[in-house]
Design a binder for this molecule. Structure first.
Ligand code: ZN
Length: 450
């Protein structure tokens, strides 16, 4: 039995039979760029067919009677001018590392006759829409599957209706939605529709909920093409209202929001890195975010931005920083139009002579810098020998198989005075370097090793 002692400085070992000389060409950083993306449109279908609406009204009316008889309904405020104010009805879980997570896709249609008119005298609605639609964005199905955006009560009140147990992954209009209906202290009522099956609060009809309390998870139950919340509001006289104040709101004069959000809120929802081009769409088209933050030499790095309410002419300055903070590349993106939802991507390859470590993709949008870090790792580090096993993960045999030609195989720094006993020959059919630090003293035992 021979012992092969690897002690110190870079020592090249040509262990065995086949020896291929690889001429490594020194690659420079490749600045190959490709760009795509654009507007992301969701199909507009009615949120609630009239037959469903009729049944809901019947159900709410019956519940209302029942709760009144039981003395459970809150007494409406005597002053009709006092109305509740509504807080934002959505919140994201901290596990969702997006800057923002929604886009307001449809407002109330102010026109009773055919034609589109929202409170802002534009047409972000569909014919006959009686609510406000807040889409989750980007990757609504990823958000849905992981329960990352919740519906919360916009105001405190009493549950006067609740429907649960219906399928929630619809990409078209069918079935019944899951929803919860809350009556506020002034007698006004809020409908929260399209919720996730079995995600609704365990509270029942007649129970009180407070402002900001969890109601359910955003999903796509009933007549819906993607996860979104449909919020529909009625005043104390059971008249439809549009919570947004605006010149073309003919339903009510004042805003019902505690703080009304702007008609357009230019926001970078997310800055992300992907290992291949993300796929958007319904489960049928297999939405796949392809999220990744770890890349090796030769890997494509797709860098993408996701906006809501990006405005025509908006400028975003993008930078890619090396681990030492120096700029590897920078460029500018101009928005060619105004969009409710938009996304843009660029494909980069980081060259073989670049720094390994934590890189930063940076977007400077409207005075705010958004960042996404990603790891650029040496593929050789994945092959590091971490144990003295004859074979298997972390073994020398595994490391030699794993390492690329002309790369260096390392022993983990914790391996000191380690002895590796080989039962059979390791065939090395590539040119490689095996390196042990001066103080590691790795001993390899085996037959016919050299
Ligand atoms: Zn709707």
């Amino acid at each position: 039995m021979k012992a092969l002692k690897i002690t110190a400085v870079l020592r090249e070992i040509n262990l065995t039979f086949l020896f291929c000389t690889i001429t490594a060409s020194l690659l420079t950083a490749q600045h190959m760029s490709s760009q795509g993306g654009g507007e992301y449109l969701s199909e507009k279908v009615t949120c609630l067919p009239s037959q469903d609406r009729f049944q809901i009204e019947q159900m709410l009316s019956a519940n209302h009677q029942m709760l009144k008889q039981r003395g459970k309904l809150l007494e409406p405020a005597t002053n009709n001018n006092v109305i509740v104010t509504l807080d934002w009805p959505l919140r994201k879980k901290s596990a969702l590392e997006f800057n923002s997570y929604y886009a307001t896709n449809n407002f109330v249609d102010q026109k009773s006759d055919p034609g589109l008119l929202d409170y802002h005298c534009q047409s972000r609605t569909y014919d006959g829409h009686r609510g406000s639609d807040f889409d989750t964005w980007p990757f609504p199905w990823y958000i849905y599957e992981n329960n990352l955006v919740e519906v919360v009560s916009a105001a405190s009140g009493i549950i006067i209706g609740k429907t649960d147990g219906n399928d929630d992954d619809h990409c078209s209009c069918y079935g019944t939605w899951n929803a919860i209906y809350i009556q506020h202290s002034d007698g006004s009522v809020a409908w929260y529709g399209h919720l996730k099956k079995n995600s609704l609060t365990t509270k029942i009809v007649g129970d009180l909920v407070s402002r900001g309390e969890y109601l359910g998870v955003v999903a796509s139950s009933g007549c819906s093409t993607q996860p979104h919340l449909h919020l529909e509001i009625y005043d104390q006289d059971n008249q439809l209202i549009d919570p947004y104040q605006g010149v073309c709101n003919y339903l009510n004069v004042t805003s019902w929001w505690s703080t009304q959000r702007a008609y357009r809120e230019p926001t970078l929802n997310a800055i992300l890195t992907h290992d291949s081009l993300p796929v958007h769409g319904c489960p049928e088209t297999q939405e796949n975010p392809h999220l990744s933050t770890v890349f090796m030499e030769g890997d494509p790095v797709y860098m993408a931005l996701y906006f809501h309410d990006e405005i025509i002419g908006d400028t975003t300055t993008l930078r890619i920083r090396r681990p030492d903070g120096t700029i590897w590349n920078s460029w500018t993106h101009y928005s060619p139009n105004t969009y409710t939802k938009s996304w843009w991507w660029w494909l980069w390859y980081i060259g073989s002579n670049e720094q390994f470590g934590t890189w930063t993709f940076e977007a400077d949008y409207r005075g705010q810098i958004h960042t996404k870090t990603f790891e650029y790792i040496d593929s050789a580090s994945l092959c590091t020998v971490t144990n003295t096993a004859e074979s298997g993960p972390g073994s020398l045999r595994n490391g030699i198989q794993c390492i690329d030609s002309s790369d260096t195989l390392y022993f983990d720094p914790t391996m000191i005075n380690a002895e590796i006993h080989l039962d059979s020959v390791i065939i090395i059919d590539k040119n490689l370097t095996i390196y042990a630090a001066p103080d590691q003293d790795i001993l390899i035992f085996g037959t016919d090793l050299v």
